[in-house]
Design a protein around this ligand. Structure first.
Ligand code: ZN
Length: 107
């Protein structure tokens, strides 16, 4: 029997204790809600049409608040540290899931 202790990084906010990869190998979404930023994989992106970048920007602009009411953040939780480690992970190409899509909006 396999115990699931592997955790995954949220590609939106860098939270590193997601239970499932946001996207599996075939691109299927986990439907897991990130307790940190509140992004739901397969819903916020597929149904609401927000990209990781869009949502991250909204989250940062709204003050980077912990999203989950049922789950408490770690004592040392710090949104900025988390985003910093996401940037580092991204530069090391370790963030799983689809690469962020960039839309150029005309002025
Ligand atoms: Zn997140």
């Amino acid at each position: 029997m396999r115990t699931s202790t592997t955790t995954h990084i949220c590609p939106v906010c860098g939270y590193d204790e997601l239970h499932e990869p946001p996207r599996n190998r075939t691109g299927g979404a986990s439907l897991e809600i990130c307790p940190s930023c509140g992004f739901q994989f397969g819903v916020t992106d597929d149904d609401k049409g927000l990209t990781y970048d869009d949502y991250r920007l909204q989250w940062i602009e709204s003050g980077m608040k912990w999203s989950s009411k049922g789950k408490k953040p770690r004592k040392d939780w710090n949104a900025q540290t988390q985003l910093g480690s996401l940037a580092l992970s991204a530069s090391l190409k370790r963030v799983r899931g689809r690469p962020p899509r960039v839309f150029l909006k005309p002025n």
